[in-house]
Design a protein around this ligand. Structure first.
Ligand code: NAP
Length: 254
């Protein structure tokens, strides 16, 4: 169950904490993965690690494709480059994301613009470009990584919360447009996950966060990788326009 044999996937932000765990999980189930990020060196390092730990599926090696998602011309080239390299795109995981936190009254236009451009607009462009090949193939899985913060809000994150909430509405709209063609589009909303971002927190901050989580601990990249694998699988074909919350019970959002 949940095998991804023969499938081709594009994962953005694949060199990051959650993206690398998602790519590893998809590859572990037999998918061939195009790893994307803006830093080619980081991507190459992770690809080598993936090839060493998991190896390549029968249908070809994992590849890296550099793309700066803040540059619309580069974003427009990412799906065509993926199709050129992999031959098809069965799974699109829009995972790359940034934060530029500031209280609303102090937030600069640049901080707003950058977060919206990378976390929301680039996802629109990638979904738009992947629609045609997925429709032709009569199969597709789009997984957009949102955040618990998109549902609950968070002080200092008007830009980030707006982008993540925007992804939810955008995903539901896309899901309705393409459902009859065998394509599903869902959001995966992590709570607090142990990554480089959260390891910067001190012991006191970590304790305070853990106290807000019924499971008493932050999640791992593997928790998100497993959820993404499920949504990417053939078996999840009747689930679309949904958000799968993976947050240890921190916010039970129905
Ligand atoms: P991370 O470790 O900082 O990784 C971010 C990834 O995004 C990196 O691979 C980075 O690659 C890529 N990226 C950043 N700017 C980019 C750009 N301009 N163009 C292309 N790629 C870019 O973050 P993470 O914690 O794994 O987060 C991954 C996703 O999960 C994000 O969407 C985040 O909002 C979401 N999330 C995280 C948590 C958490 O607790 N960690 C909780 C909820 C949601 P380069 O360095 O190569 O650019």
């Amino acid at each position: 169950m949940f095998r991804l044999n023969g499938m081709n996937a594009l994962v953005t932000g694949a060199s990051g904490g959650i993206g690398s765990a998602i790519a590893t999980a998809l590859a572990g189930q037999g998918a061939r993965v195009a790893l994307s990020g803006s830093n080619g060196e980081k991507l190459r390092g992770f690809r080598e690690q993936l090839m060493g730990e998991i190896g390549a599926p029968e249908h070809g090696d994992h590849v890296e494709i550099t793309c700066d998602l803040s540059k619309s011309d580069q974003v427009e080239e990412l799906i065509p480059a993926t199709l050129d390299t992999l031959g098809s795109i069965d799974i699109l995981v829009n995972n790359a994301g940034i934060t530029r936190d500031n209280l609303g009254m102090r937030m600069k236009d640049d901080e707003w613009d950058e977060v919206i451009r990378i976390n929301l607009e680039s996802v629109f462009r990638l979904m738009r470009a992947s629609a045609k090949p997925m429709m032709k193939a009569r199969f597709g899985r789009v997984i957009n990584i949102t955040s618990v913060v998109g549902s609950t809000g968070n002080p200092g994150q008007m830009n980030y919360a707006a982008a993540k909430a925007g992804l939810t509405g955008m995903t539901k709209s896309f899901a309705q447009e393409v459902a009859s063609r065998g394509i599903t589009a869902n959001c995966l909303a992590p709570g607090f996950i142990r990554t480089a971002m959260t390891s910067a927190l001190d012991e006191k901050q970590t304790e305070a966060i853990n106290a807000r989580i019924p499971m008493g601990k932050m999640g791992s990249g593997e928790d998100i990788g497993a959820a993404a694998t499920f949504l990417a699988s053939r078996e999840a074909g009747y689930i679309t326009g949904e958000t799968l919350h993976v947050n240890g019970g921190m916010a039970m959002l129905g």
